[in-house]
Design a binder for this molecule. Structure first.
Ligand code: SAH
Ligand code: SF4
Ligand code: F3S
Length: 472
């Protein structure tokens, strides 16, 4: 979720990645699993829960699917293209079965939930189908599949949060980690498949969240991102102490763990983010000044069809509120081009709202009808593909300009930067992020600093996607 500006990347939240923990000694396990994740950060976070459950079940992780006894693909259904990518990949991975017929292939995540047994029974692409709330049953399902039975569990739960499972960090840089704080979504945006694939919203025990973040901090991590589809509706009733914990309070609890631990969160719904949350961000230096506030459309009529429950004016007031309480806050967005019945004027309204909001970056998509959603049932997907693509192209070009302008406004300013590793282009340069979530690249020089350190960096130049600077 944290990258931007190539058209390709905007098509999916993240590309599939093969994940295996560096530190795990595969020798200590009798069998090996390989896992690949697609879609949003929630899926990447879930794969870490799955890895933990599989360790308990006697499987160690490998980065090489050719040597795996179990190949898992954690999938995304958000747009049609996301599903196509996964289908192609499953076909490729099936080749491993020709070499070793004993290999099991399983599909996890949102496509498993949406398609249920279909991938197994009709398409015979996989041996195992497990939905997002059923990962605890994986060891039993694997045992069933090993004996040639159909292994499917796609039951959704109203309670499951995997609160007690310590995730095995996959492919980690040892600096930043995702921490899931809630699951599911109750919002029913008309275009969106997530309420169907992830089920009802439920929050995770606040104490278990704080414990997980504290452990990460104790293990040297410097940044946690609290994850949920709609973090602002986080709500935990602590029955023991007869108290409730709101998202603002949770943020504060996590911020207080260690002033050197940066706290981020995603995603905020514009209708739910409160002044309390904004004041909490402003109050704590280690809560990053960055809010991902997806607008989807700039037209009140389209927003109503999307069931987003706010208007253009309401969104503008929210942006104003953020800027007044947190003056140097980074704001980013998600935008859908060509939703059902969207007119040219309404498309222009989206562009003008982007200008108003001065987004630092956006994830931009053209509308993809998803079976079963409110929009699929109620509205005709009537904008021709070439119009959708042209509108998306205009939106991407505008965002590139806005991102560049935002970076230019930072020239000459000095930021506290968390170093997350070598720059992609040169081992002589560090790469890190500002509180506003911008990537900044700067020469290592002779400074005695390392990955995971904070440094003050002055911005001297920029591109559309990156700030360039020097340590001061
Ligand atoms: N819970 C988050 C977003 C989840 S999905 C939120 O409410 O903001 C991430 C993004 O994918 C959405 O914000 C939306 O912009 C996009 N998206 C979701 N369904 C889509 C569809 N059917 N077609 C195109 N884009 C879609
Ligand atoms: Fe989908 Fe809307 Fe829920 Fe986000 S808030 S996951 S877009 S239904
Ligand atoms: Fe995709 Fe499911 Fe996330 S549909 S965006 S992986 S919640």
């Amino acid at each position: 979720m944290l990258d931007l500006i190539s058209q390709k990347k905007h098509d999916e939240n993240r590309q599939g990645e093969a994940f295996a923990p560096e530190a795990v000694d595969v020798q200590q396990f009798s069998k090996k699993f390989y896992i690949e994740s697609y879609g949003c950060a929630m899926n990447f976070s879930d794969s870490e829960v799955v890895a933990s459950i599989l360790h308990e079940g006697g499987f160690g992780a490998t980065r090489n699917f050719e040597e795996a006894d179990l190949i898992l693909v954690n999938t995304c259904s958000i747009r049609e293209k996301a599903e196509q990518t996964v289908r192609q990949r499953l076909t490729e991975l099936r080749k491993a079965k020709q070499r070793n017929p004993g290999t099991l292939i399983g599909v996890l995540g949102c496509m498993a939930e949406r398609l249920k047994g279909k991938l197994l029974e009709e398409e015979k692409l996989v041996d195992l189908v497990v939905g997002p709330d059923a990962y605890r049953t994986l060891p039993g399902l694997i045992a069933e599949a090993e004996t040639g039975q159909k292994a499917v569990n796609v039951l959704l739960s109203r309670e499951e949060t995997y609160a007690d499972i310590a995730p095995v960090r996959l492919n980690t840089d040892g600096i930043a980690a995702f921490v899931s704080i809630m699951r599911g979504c109750n919002n029913m945006c008309s275009f969106c498949v997530v309420p169907f694939t992830r089920g009802r919203e439920r929050s995770r025990d606040a104490a278990s969240i704080v414990n997980e973040c504290r452990q990460l901090s104790d293990n040297g991590y410097k940044e946690v991102t609290l994850l949920g589809q709609n973090v602002d509706s986080y709500y935990w009733v602590d029955e023991k102490n007869d108290t409730i914990v709101t998202f603002a309070q949770l943020l504060e609890m996590v911020a207080l763990i260690n002033p050197d631990l940066r706290v981020r969160f995603s995603t905020s719904h514009p209708k739910d983010i409160t002044d309390d949350v904004l004041h909490t961000i402003a109050k704590y230096e280690n809560i990053c000044n960055y809010i991902h506030l997806p607008v989807q459309s700039g037209s009140t009529r389209v927003l109503q069809l999307m069931n987003r429950t706010y208007t253009r004016e309401w969104y503008i007031a929210k942006v104003d509120r953020i800027r007044s309480i947190i003056p140097d806050c980074g704001i980013s967005s998600d935008i859908i081009a060509g939703f059902c019945t969207e007119t040219e004027e309404e498309h222009q309204e989206t562009m003008s709202l982007m200008e108003y909001s001065q987004y630092d970056m956006s994830y931009m998509f053209f509308y993809s009808e998803r079976p079963g959603t409110l929009a699929a049932r109620r509205y005709e997907d009537d904008i021709p593909e070439e119009v959708k693509k042209r509108r998306l192209d205009e939106i991407v070009k505008l965002q590139n300009r806005l991102s560049h302008e935002s970076n230019q406004r930072d020239m000459g300013k000095t930021f506290k930067v968390l170093i997350d590793g070598d720059s992609k282009k040169s081992a002589n340069d560090w790469k890190g992020r500002t509180s506003q979530n911008k990537t900044i690249v700067f020469p290592k020089g002779s400074h005695d600093v390392n990955k995971g350190d904070y440094v003050m960096v002055k911005v001297t130049d920029c591109t559309v996607a990156t700030l360039l600077g020097e340590i001061v």
